[in-house]
Ligand binder design. Structure first.
Ligand code: HSE
Length: 414
């Protein structure tokens, strides 16, 4: 029998208990050991829980109990999760977490401690909820060089954008619905301003290229500026707006990575990833594009990934799984303004035809877009592929002549 502790009894934590108890027999068969929950750490009271006798408010109970070999951290947030996880690993206990904030900020350090202590630090649930992505990337695709990893990494924003695209629902109503359905983070800013997706692309890029990428190194834009007008122009262009996190290693050895809304062509595999679903494309040099698709949020999908890691830990109590990346560095991530990209631009101007003529002169050529119910003082166009810095400079020339740039959205090449 292997005894475990679970730190946190919120949405994911209670899901972990549910999955472990509901599938006890099959899990025991797969792990080849009975898994018993000995402690559940939470500051709140759960008198009606069938496991009410296992609850504790004290981390000392867990760290001081040498029979606990595996600790599940599903508290979320950086503190005290980081301090507790570090302590557990240093004490020779394997740790499983769903906490993307923790892995994105401290992954390299915690993986190093795990290696030094010959224990495991696993975090399948930190990216893509129930979608297997960490293990496939570190094991099944290990023979490939990852050319690029890109995806829809946040279920809440994808749900909101899907409602805007398919039902013309205003942003605020779609956000309220996502919150009602329990998809959004406690603080929805982490979803709608892109930080949640940023943490996830940090984890994927660190794993893909073996060097830690920290969230503050990645230019991150959310979806709060996306209007129904942008969604309609994307449709006229032949695609949809999606919040994308992408990363690829440049020939210089630096990493290009960004989180932002993008125009995605309708025939892209990511264009039809809708609602709360996530889609992650890994472009391998041998495999070509491999796309992982599934529910990226929610209690049971996430709990399922956590429990799979617990089973893996039980099967590898004496043999460490290979999962590692080294510390990052301040000069590792390239300036996003040096990236070459095509840009959708929506403007307000008294004479839209004149603006498009100016844009043609500035950019060489542009693709002009229109939409149903277009205002007399608006237009939109897509620039050719240019260095983003040059695009911004040319747009500032347009603005000097009285044009107001209302929004810009990058156009994807996948
Ligand atoms: N709020 C997150 C999302 C939960 O919407 O994807 C899963 O990380």
């Amino acid at each position: 029998m292997v005894e475990i502790a679970i730190m946190g009894h919120g949405t994911v934590g209670s899901g972990v208990v549910e999955v472990l108890t509901r599938h006890e027999t099959t899990i025991t068969k797969r792990a080849k050991e009975e898994i018993r929950i000995k402690y559940i750490l939470d500051l709140r009271e759960f008198p009606d829980s069938p496991l009410a006798d296992r609850f504790t408010k004290s981390f000392d109970d867990i760290i001081g109990d040498s029979s606990i070999q595996i600790v599940v951290e599903v508290m979320g947030g950086l503190h005290p999760a980081y301090d507790y996880v570090k302590c557990c690993l240093e004490a020779g206990k394997s740790v499983v977490t769903s906490n993307k904030e923790l892995v994105a900020a401290k992954g390299a350090e915690l993986l190093r401690i795990a290696r030094d202590q010959n224990v495991n630090f696993l975090f399948e649930a930190s990216v893509g909820g129930g979608i297997p992505i960490i293990r496939p990337m570190s094991q099944c695709l290990a023979a490939n060089d990852v050319v690029e990893v890109a995806g829809i990494l946040n279920g809440t924003t994808n749900f909101i954008l899907t409602k805007m695209i398919n039902e013309q629902m205003p942003f605020e109503d779609a956000l309220a619905l996502a919150q009602k359905l329990g998809y959004a983070e406690r603080n929805p800013a982490a979803d709608i301003e892109g930080q949640d997706a940023c943490r996830k692309i940090c984890i994927l890029a660190s794993l893909a290229y073996g060097k830690h990428v920290y969230p503050d190194q990645i230019h991150t834009e959310g979806i709060t500026n996306i209007s129904l007008a942008d969604v309609q122009y994307a449709d006229a262009w032949g695609g949809v707006v999606k919040l994308i996190g992408e990363a690829n290693l440049l020939p210089s050895g630096k990493l290009h990575s960004i989180v932002c809304p993008m125009f995605i062509p309708r025939d892209s595999q990511l264009a039809n990833v809708d609602d709360v679903f996530n889609g992650i494309m890994v472009r391998g040099d041998a495999t070509g594009d491999v796309v992982f698709y599934g529910k990226g949020a929610g209690k049971l999908p996430t709990a399922s990934a956590v429990v799979a890691d617990v089973i893996d830990c039980v099967k590898h109590l004496k043999a460490r799984k290979y999962l590692f990346w080294e510390d990052g560095s301040s000069d590792y991530v390239a300036d996003y303004l040096d990236n070459e990209v095509a840009m959708y631009v929506r403007v307000q101007a008294a004479d839209p035809d004149a603006v498009c003529r100016q844009a043609e002169q500035l950019f060489g050529s542009v693709t002009r877009l229109t939409r149903k119910g277009i205002g007399a003082d608006e237009t939109a166009f897509v620039t050719p592929v240019l260095k983003e810095r040059d695009i911004r400079e040319k747009l500032s020339h347009l603005e000097e002549n009285g044009t107001k740039v209302l929004n810009t959205i990058r156009v994807s090449d996948f």
